[in-house]
Write a protein that binds this ligand. Structure first.
Ligand SMILES: [Cu+2]
Length: 112
């Protein structure tokens, strides 16, 4: 019961964030560090500065990867792994990526 309540709270927060417009200042998150956990990337969507973005696998009990879908450049994809870090150098523009292991595990990074 307590876990279900927490899950609902997290889901609600994510929904609110996704619905915020960009002028509201609270859409997703900002930064060049993204965590990879089971079935989610955080923050997502992320706004990052041009340069290196570091993905860190955190508390992942399943294997995940970062596979680029669309973007102004095409960085090398990460390996499929359960722990560790992966870095990609991104140019200005909007990137989308996903995990090929888990359908629906998607992410967006707006590089400014
Ligand atoms: Cu995955």
């Amino acid at each position: 019961m307590r876990i279900a309540g927490l899950g609902l709270l997290v889901l609600s927060a994510a929904t609110i964030a996704a619905c915020s417009d960009s002028t509201g200042g609270s859409t997703g998150g900002h930064g060049n560090a993204i965590t990879v956990s089971n079935n989610s990337f955080n923050p997502n969507p992320d706004t990052a500065a041009v340069g290196v973005v570091t993905f860190t696998w955190t508390n992942a009990s399943n294997s995940h990867n970062v596979t680029w879908s669309t973007g102004p450049t095409t960085p090398a994809n990460s390996a499929t792994m359960t722990t560790g870090t992966y870095q990609a150098t991104l140019a200005q523009g909007t990137y989308t990526y996903h995990c090929t292991v888990h359908q629906g595990m998607n992410g967006t990074i707006v590089v400014e």
